[in-house]
Design a protein. Sequence first.
Length: 162
Amino acid sequence: MANPIIYRKRLIPEECILLKDDTVLHRSPEIIVTKWNSLKPRKDLHHGCSCYYLQEGIKVSRFYKEDDTLLFWYCDIVDYSYHEDTDTYIVTDLLADVIVYPDGFVKVVDLDELVTARKSGILTEEMLEKSLLRLDCLLKTIYAGDFPALQKPTEEYFPSIS
């Protein structure tokens, strides 16, 4: 399979960015694994890798410092559309996120953005429902101790350095 074109679409702030510098490490009908450098240089976040779980509507990413120290796992709740004629994915961030720290601490973030986006009409009721159901499924996976299975593809195709 050739490398697809991937766009990251955000609702807050509204933007759609071509991830032209991301490298696709693996692609199947179920997942896409990529490695990347931070789009906007930051003191803490330098690079990482991501696994897009296309059927589940989640993206699991490992975030690293410049010295290859793992910062945390960042899990985006997403939706996507695929355009076969151009082999293009548009991955829409559905706002709710989960951060899993190396010590196992779990933090759910950006739920307030769901309310803001719904009230302003940016987020439809169907999108809100998808976001919350996918968030619930992800949290149940994490709390059941099954998060390592979601980590596995990035570790397989982009082994840890630190």
